[in-house]
Design a protein around this ligand. Structure first.
Ligand code: SAH
Length: 252
């Protein structure tokens, strides 16, 4: 059995209980070394085979999983954050299906959530934004037509950009072109939930400059939108006058 496990965004105690139990039982752990905190591996049992996938191809990863399976072992494929976001797990799952091997996914705390916690922010503020756009700048991996940051920016929603910290001049230009005002609040969150986490609050107009000044070019999320500002509306859910299925409103 193969388990794709979300490692969480950095802090080793942010993995789920289920994920950690699997790490304890694993006969083989293949982890994404570029971003997974190696402290997570400390719970591995003696004799567990531990491999860093940073230097491996898809074929090598899959053949390692299949080898563990043939030996009757439990294999954990440990991905940073949550595996469903830029995790490249689909191609691995398809290979396993072709080989007739069972697998399961254990979710994790994405850096999307880690960054919000670092910012002490809520992405979905009433009256400000009720949508979160998760995307990236086109880099060596292109984005499909119509999904360019400049197009997504037109919504004015909360935007969280992965894999783009090294491309901030272009990112800033596309965000402005798409219609965010230069003074729209923005923030760069570097290594959310790691001990060396850093938060840089700025505006869309100063994103590139802020990253350059602080030497940030990777392992960071770019967050943009009014959710980082001061104004918002109170929620209906906790409004005394609002009746819900669980609570009767006090005013008529
Ligand atoms: N599956 C992961 C994302 C993998 S893509 C998740 O759910 O978080 C790798 C990108 O994620 C990095 O380039 C960076 O943009 C972002 N990232 C991953 N961990 C991060 C962290 N702790 N803080 C800020 N950004 C992070």
């Amino acid at each position: 059995m193969i388990f794709f496990v979300g490692a969480g965004s950095g802090a080793p105690d942010l993995i789920t209980v289920r994920g950690q139990n699997l790490l304890k039982k694993a006969d083989r752990i293949i982890y994404a070394g570029s971003l997974v905190n190696p402290q997570l591996l400390e719970v591995a049992k003696p004799g567990c085979v531990i491999q860093d996938s940073a230097s491996m191809t898809l074929e090598q990863v899959v053949s390692s999983m299949l080898e563990c399976e043939r030996e009757g072992g439990l294999c954990v494929r440990l991905h940073t954050g949550d595996p469903s976001i830029y995790g490249a797990i689909r191609e691995q799952m398809d290979c396993l299906e072709q080989a007739g091997v069972e697998y399961e996914i254990v979710p994790g705390v994405s850096s999307l959530c880690g960054a919000a916690a670092a910012l002490r922010a809520e992405y979905t503020l009433p009256g400000v934004s009720q949508a979160v756009i998760i995307s990236r700048m086109a880099g060596r991996t292109p984005v499909p037509q119509g999904q360019e940051v400049k197009n997504l920016a037109k919504h004015g929603a909360t935007m969280v950009l992965f894999l783009s910290a090294g491309l901030l001049r272009q990112t800033q230009a596309e965000l402005l072109e798409g219609g965010y005002a230069p003074d729209t609040p923005a923030a760069i969150v570097y290594k959310a939930t790691w001990p060396d986490e850093q938060v840089f609050r700025c505006t869309v107009g100063t994103l590139a400059q802020t990253a350059e000044k602080n030497h940030i070019s990777k392992t960071a999320l770019i967050t943009v939108g009014g959710f980082l500002g001061k104004s918002y509306e109170r929620s209906k859910l906790y409004d005394p006058a609002f009746t819900t299925g669980y609570r009767k409103g006090t005013e008529i």
